[in-house]
Design a protein around this ligand. Structure first.
Ligand code: HSE
Length: 330
């Protein structure tokens, strides 16, 4: 059986979720793909730090060169977060002809054109399903089975932390600070939750969705962005009295002339709107295509295992391609 060797850059919530997903389902994965996957190295800052998931100590390294450019690693999974050094690590891995999987929306949105070009120039796969909507396979859908559509609208709840906060404040009258703490404990929030609550995380995700659905790159800094820090309990009570829910929405439209409009902002949605029923860490992304019409993708948008599921899915797709390629060469 072909063995595909994987290196993880980072072993936080997403790294450990990826490790656990592959470990939990390896028997099924091997049976169905005909490929065996092994995580052979994990880059961490502090090997002695207690973690949510157990991995053998010999896998840990503090040297990125044990993974990037190593002839013993086929797929580099960049799960560090932050724009740098993550972007440089991905570009370097591609130069060494390693395939790259990333969950890092900040790095991908900031350097999308360079990363896509590097992948193409070096003939490697670059997949990033986990970067938008956690476990929801929306990016693969946009680029594969929905690829025959011309899209006109994307509207999404793309941040689990803020959706969790708004849901808990609305349903249980809880305080913002208390709920944010729980979201952090559950592994939904970014290391610095400012990116979540100020809407920057959604702007990163919307930039990626726009690139894939509309084929245009819009830097996240060019997207008008308002987060949820200004939302008070009174705003929520007033919305509820009018049968509306407040949701943080990433929205992009393309008109007939091809002009794009985009924004991230809290919006009031009537209770009857399908996005109004999306609660807690669940995300949902609405897309409208000229052939398929309206579609909604729904699932857990944050958390170690849902996000790990998406990273592992990308690893599997690349592994299957590597195995097929090895077969062709025989
Ligand atoms: N902090 C992000 C969220 C993690 O809450 O949605 C998943 O991208």
């Amino acid at each position: 059986m072909k063995k595909v060797r994987v290196g993880l850059l980072g072993f936080g919530n997403v790294g450990s979720g990826t490790y656990d997903t592959l470990k939990m389902n390896m028997g099924k994965i091997e049976r169905e793909t005909g490929v065996t996957f092994s995580i052979d190295k994990i880059l961490v800052r502090d090997p002695s730090k207690p973690r949510r998931s157990e991995a053998p100590a010999e896998l840990f390294t503090q040297d990125p060169d044990d993974i990037i450019g190593s002839p013993d690693i086929d797929i580099v999974c960049e799960l560090l977060g932050g724009i740098e050094p993550a972007s440089q690590y991905m570009l370097n891995a591609m130069k060494f002809k390693q395939h790259v999987v990333s969950a890092n929306k900040a790095a991908i949105a900031a350097n999308y054109p360079q990363l896509m070009k590097a992948a193409k120039d070096n003939g490697v796969e670059f997949r990033f399903e986990a970067s938008v909507g956690g476990g929801i396979p929306v990016l693969s859908a946009l680029t594969s089975v929905l690829g025959a559509n011309d899209f006109s609208e994307i509207m999404g709840i793309c941040n689990g932390t803020t959706n969790y906060i708004l849901t808990q404040m609305t349903d249980f009258d809880l305080d913002y600070e208390d709920v944010l703490k729980v979201a952090q404990e559950k592994g939904f929030a970014e290391a610095d939750p400012t990116a979540d609550v100020e809407g920057f995380d959604v702007a990163n995700k919307l930039s990626i969705l726009i690139a894939l659905a509309f084929g245009e790159y819009v830097a996240p800094g060019d997207i008008s962005t308002t987060g949820i820090t200004g939302i008070t309990k009174d705003d929520i009570a007033s919305a509820t009295a009018r049968h509306q829910k407040i949701k943080l929405i990433g929205h992009a439209t393309k008109d007939k002339s091809g002009k794009l409009e985009y924004s991230v902002a809290p919006m009031e949605l009537p209770f009857s709107h399908p996005l109004a029923g999306v609660s807690n860490e669940f995300n949902a992304i609405f897309v409208t295509g000229n052939a398929v019409d309206d579609l909604m993708f729904y699932g857990k948008g944050a958390g170690p295992l849902p996000t790990g599921s998406a990273v592992a899915g990308d690893v599997l797709e690349i592994g299957k391609a590597i195995a097929k390629c090895a077969e062709c060469e025989k």
